[in-house]
Design a protein around this ligand. Structure first.
Ligand SMILES: [Mg+2]
Length: 262
């Protein structure tokens, strides 16, 4: 702890200089807060969808559409009704899968496989993001409500898989989705993560509430242009929530700032 404080004293005077070097518009106060919050971080936890690739690629919309089709076929309802149920279950259970399992006894394996059969071609290599993640000192882990296979495909296409130690997926979470507290408990135990020395990056504010309560540093990743993308208001709400420590619309730039300062 003493070492961290000494390091902080050494680093803080250079905060404004680093801000200009990073090419961002952060004030020295913001940089200072960033250093304080991230200096002790040993484990970097990343959500996958709409966090490690931008919302405007609409990859998640493909999954969303396939879930709707699946529900319409499985429950033999119209697409409008399937849409209503999908959103209702997503809100109430964390994922529509969980709602279908609990209310209709759905077998999850076929569902998970089918809804992830999407076109991954919008994803292209993001070497700048990969390099920014690799420069962070400590372990890097993925925590996703999707499947391992989906995560591996996404990361392979982005060419960012190398720095990551492991993926904690919906199967590892025993099919319980974020934001359920049990998921985070299982994740932290499985990977022996000390939450006080961990940071988490997510595009959904509600998924940061439990991590913040556990002592993790939380970063909400928001899209640069949200208008074109379908996102419900409740998802966008809560940006000023006390469980959100930092907000960024430029994950790579944000990580560069941390790696440059730490
Ligand atoms: Mg996400």
């Amino acid at each position: 702890m003493l070492l961290a404080r000494q390091l902080l004293e050494l680093i803080l005077p250079t905060a404004s200089l680093l801000a200009s070097e990073c090419g961002n518009n952060e004030s020295p106060e913001m940089i200072e807060r960033k250093i304080r919050d991230f200096i002790a971080v040993e484990t970097w936890v990343f959500d996958l969808d709409n966090t490690l690739y931008p919302h405007h690629l609409n990859l998640w919309e493909q999954v969303d559409g396939r879930i709707r089709d699946y529900i319409a076929g499985f429950l033999k309802v119209t697409h409008d009704e399937a849409f209503r149920l999908q959103k209702d279950y997503y809100r109430r259970y964390g994922t529509s899968l969980r709602g279908l399992m609990e209310e209709h006894g759905l077998d999850p394996d076929g569902f998970l496989e089918l809804v992830h059969e999407i076109d991954y071609s919008p994803l292209t290599p993001d070497p700048a993001l990969g390099a920014a993640i690799a420069r962070l000192s400590g372990r890097k882990l993925i925590l996703t409500n999707g499947t391992r296979r989906h995560a591996e495909t996404v990361m392979r296409r982005l060419e960012i898989e190398e720095p990551f130690e492991d993926i904690f997926d919906i199967a590892a979470a025993e099919l319980e989705p974020k934001p359920r507290p049990a998921v985070y408990d299982r994740f932290l135990a499985r990977h022996r993560v000390d939450p006080a020395k961990a940071a988490i990056f997510e595009d959904l504010s509600r998924n940061l509430e439990v991590p913040h309560a556990l002592g993790m540093t939380t970063v909400l990743v928001v899209p640069t242009g949200t208008r074109e993308v379908f996102r419900e208001e409740w998802e966008l709400a809560g940006r000023d929530a006390p469980h959100v420590d930092h907000v960024t619309d430029d994950l790579t730039g944000f990580l560069r700032g941390i790696a440059g300062n730490a």
